[in-house]
Design a binder for this molecule. Structure first.
Ligand code: SF4
Length: 177
């Protein structure tokens, strides 16, 4: 097997092409589902269960982080009314990347990356700005090399659930508005 890399995963669909690319590049991804931003809890578990379909398909280890939504809310406090892609989202990226860094250190894994960069709706530059100072963070832009389209294709093949809002209650509110 290749070098272990902790892959912070936001959801099953985004993990597909990211995992495929990392495997092709010789890594052994360890999947870390750490997404306290997702609301409600049932949605958090639904996304995790879909990640497990991907993990089983590729035969990969998966770690489930606790759902600390209260902590996440405290972290983004004051930004509840921000529009998506604003400061709240930068804080949200930071929150999840800090937890990924802590888990990588705990496991003695020297590199980590995030599937957040697969989404064509998210700026990879904004994500890198939140992880760049964390030792071991790999600035891998998974939407490159046709990563987004490939994730859509693989998600269909695996029959994955694809949500139509980002994750937190504020993005759900904005979707419904
Ligand atoms: S919209 Fe998405 S990225 Fe932004 S704060 Fe909510 S869950 Fe996080």
């Amino acid at each position: 097997m290749g070098e272990r890399l902790l892959l912070h995963v936001c959801c099953g669909p985004c993990s597909t092409s990211s995992v495929e690319r990392l495997l092709a590049e010789g890594y052994e991804p360890v999947l870390f589902f750490s997404d306290s931003n997702i609301f409600p809890y049932e949605e958090f578990m639904k996304r995790y269960e879909n990640l497990l379909i991907v993990a089983r398909h590729y035969g990969l280890e998966t770690i489930l982080d606790s759902w600390d939504h209260g902590q996440w809310l405290a972290y983004v406090r004051g930004h509840e009314l921000d529009r998506e892609h604003g400061e709240r989202c930068s804080l949200c990226f930071r929150f999840n990347l800090l937890r990924a860094k802590a888990k990588a250190d705990e496991l003695g894994i020297h590199k980590f990356a995030t599937t957040l960069t697969v989404s064509r709706f998210k700026s990879s530059k904004a994500i890198f700005a939140q992880g760049g100072d964390l030792g071991g963070f790999m600035e891998i832009d998974f939407k490159k090399k046709d990563g987004f389209n490939r994730s859509v294709q693989l998600s269909k093949e695996l029959g994955l659930y694809r949500q139509d809002w980002c994750g937190c209650e504020f993005s759900l509110r904005d979707r419904d508005a």
